[in-house]
Design a protein around this ligand. Sequence first.
Ligand code: URP
Ligand code: ZN
Ligand code: ZN
Length: 475
Amino acid sequence: MKGYDLVIRNGTVVTASDTTICDIGIRDGRIVALGESLGAGKEEIEASGHYVLPGGVDAHCHFDQPSGPGIQMADDFETGTRSAACGGTTTVIPFAAQQKGDTLRATVEDYHRRADGNACVDYAFHLIVSDATPLVLKEELPSLIEEGYTSFKIYMTYDDLKLNDREILETLAVARQEGAMTMIHAENADCIAWLSDALEAAGQTAPRFHATSRPPVVEREATHRAISFAELVDTPVLIVHVSGQEPIEQIRWAQGRGLRIYAETCPQYLFLTADDLKLDGFEGAKCVCSPPPRDARSQEAVWEALENGVFQIFSSDHAPFRYEDAEGKKSAEGKSFKHIPNGIPGVETRLPLLFSEGVLKGRIDITKFVALTSTNPARIYGLYPRKGTLAVGSDADIVIWDPTLEWTITNDRLHHNVDYTPYSGMTLTGKPITTLLRGQVVWKENIFIGGPGGGCFLPCERPQPAMPKGVSKGF
Ligand code: URP
Ligand code: ZN
Ligand code: ZN
């Protein structure tokens, strides 16, 4: 019997279903035993009094994504994944975003060049389909899905990304035929354009009017249309970054009818409101993202939907742009809100925010926390059980979590390349004190000791066949 490279002792080991005090034995980067009083390891970590969690799986983040002329994302694969590791996330699924006119194949090759040798945690890719040509639909998507790119995002808004209804149906039909998962950004493009033009004509161009130009009804209509298309084509879809009450009502209705509609929400819809876009001067640009944060009532609706299973996934939607930067948010200063790069950072604060405000405040329990942030995304995107759980045979991606440590979020404590965090000043309880990627410590006692090239590419299986039809209770 071979020994262990590492034993983590006496921690409270949490999965999406159980909480057990036991040891974990690790060999060759994988978990090989869970049990009481395991034999000695070459190295040992004492974890009593701490949670031992599967590494976070952040299934929605953007790194090094081309964002239009003169605009540059702040995080590349190195800085984005470094920040992920320090926040307890060991797998990320960013997007390989097709530009109109490009092939999907060239897009995927380009993103591999961006990520290879640079990522500090493991990564897969979702595709973004923005040009649903016959080549894409008939040849490229089927072969890429077969090769392990088993999920893709489509947009109902943004001029350079959106598909029309016919194109959405045709793309969903490919997903159905190939067994892929379609993620949908649900906002009505024409409504936004009409409202934006009216606001601009009235001189209402400040950052706060970004929220006015994208009210909840715009998201509700598109969510309902996306659900209807999924029903028509008979294929599952996942509605991403759901912001509040109105789209939640549509999703809950669809799930209640037995449709395979999955949903994701993000920290900005729990911890920010449209008032954060009203900060002095141009500062509101820091919180411009789409859909925009809503109001306190919507925050409560999002909490409730996390608790009752409407949402399966809690992602960051980390979309990093520096504020004081002519290639970031400030590129739009003096212009209309329409030109502000959309997105906010959050890959490192995702888990601490949900733990402190969700678990410790009694809104979700610790197993639900693991399900939302690790297990469900791994299952839905075909990485389970290699990722997303603590089981014999799984990668030893493990977070040792101190549930009592109190700390205040400040940007200088974070490891992204963004010059602000929208959560600055929030005092939280609980933090990852050690992060292991395939058995190797990458974050310990506030020091990042991983590095670029430590992460590897993960081809995804098709979404798990165990996905229930009708998900009103989630997984
Ligand atoms: O504003 C956002 N969410 N930016 C990122 C791109 C997207 O649509 O997810
Ligand atoms: Zn989106
Ligand atoms: Zn996004």
